[in-house]
Design a protein around this ligand. Structure first.
Ligand SMILES: [Ca+2]
Length: 351
């Protein structure tokens, strides 16, 4: 065992001083410590015998079993007791260190095991996730095969009368030609169903967005090539459903015979040409095409520059001017010439 603390050094020095003094005056030297010759050789202290064992109290420096003051030197018994105490403390600390080392080793082993298990679990999780994704892809493929595919929603409900309102796969221009089949939202309830949603729009849209999937939950319009393929299949006309469930309609004859603009002249729903202050997807007017007092129309308009000023309050509206002879076939807005007083949003369907 080694004692390197300052306390031991002080004790050691004190003992040496004490023994030097004793040897100088009595020519006798304690046998319990080696006495360096360089320390102080003359001190006013009492002299012990060859094996001092009792406290000696003297004037000046003192040799004491119980050193309490700065000028006390210490006895071997004191040094032994301190050494014994240090031995005990060191032993206890060693035992605690051994215990802690053992506990650390145990915990470290457990940690290694848990780490290994975690790696294994992560690996299994990744494996299962991949298998799940593969399975979901297969389910989707099967669903697509099971879903009835038609040219439009009317085709689907004709083939499958029990079809309910929701998303279906359509290929308006037929398989393997033109556009690829794509999903559409079909209203299969109103007037026997078969209505295909091609736009969802509201007032105050600065720029119309083209959507991959046109749904009642997102404002967007159908891609141009899909719209062109879909409109070629229309046989029943148009329907517009506002956010309150109110429905307006134009039957197919009027859709086809609009003299100013109809769905067959507007190829890109996101880039409708404007007339006056409107972006119109359908427009019939008794005289001229200047959207004056005798026209009916369906607005699918956005700002798209500063040219259109009415987009903020009737970007999605239907209009039949008071003197228009061409009326909507279904008009739920009373005597008002514009639906803008009653609604802000429209779902645009064809059938
Ligand atoms: Ca096709």
């Amino acid at each position: 065992m080694e004692f390197n603390g300052n306390r031991f050094n002080l004790v050691y020095l004190a003992v040496m001083l004490g023994m030097t003094a004793m040897s100088t005056q009595a020519e006798t030297t304690s046998s319990w410590i080696e006495q360096p010759s360089s320390v102080v050789t003359s001190k006013d202290v009492g002299i012990g015998i060859s094996s001092p064992s009792e406290a000696l109290h003297v004037q000046g420096n003192a040799i004491a079993d119980d050193p309490l003051q700065d000028n006390h030197l210490v006895t071997k018994r004191y040094v032994d007791s301190i050494a014994h105490d240090l031995q005990d403390s060191t032993l206890q600390l060693s035992q605690q260190l051994a215990t802690l080392t053992s506990q650390y080793n145990t915990l470290n082993t457990q940690y290694q095991t848990l780490s290994s298990n975690l790696v294994s679990l992560e690996s299994r999780y990744n494996s299962v996730s991949n298998q799940l994704l593969i399975a979901l892809d297969r389910i989707q493929a099967l669903e697509d095969k099971l879903t009835p595919v038609g040219r439009n929603c009317l085709d689907i409900i004709t083939q499958t009368p029990q079809a309910t309102t929701g998303f279906y796969l359509v290929d308006p221009d037929g398989a393997d030609v033109g556009v690829q089949a794509f999903k559409v939202w079909c209203d299969m309830d109103y007037q026997g169903g078969g209505w295909t949603l091609f736009a969802n729009h509201k007032d105050n849209i600065e720029n119309i967005q083209v959507g991959e999937l046109i749904s009642p939950n997102e404002f967007s319009v159908m891609k141009a090539e899909r719209w062109q393929a879909l409109r070629a299949t229309v046989t029943g006309g148009m329907m517009f459903k506002d956010e309150h469930g109110k429905i307006s309609q134009i039957y197919q004859a009027k859709v086809q015979n609009a003299n100013c603009r109809n769905i067959y002249t507007e190829d890109d729903l996101a880039q409708l040409s404007t007339l006056g202050d409107y972006g119109l997807i359908w427009h019939h007017e008794d005289t001229n095409c200047d959207v004056s007092w005798d026209f009916s129309g369906v607005i699918l308009g956005d700002k798209d520059s500063t040219r259109v000023q009415t987009y903020t309050y009737q970007g999605a509206s239907v209009i039949q001017a008071p003197h228009s002879k061409t009326r909507f076939d279904v008009w739920p807005y009373g005597n008002d010439e514009s639906s803008r007083y009653h609604q802000d949003q429209l779902l645009y369907f064809v059938k």
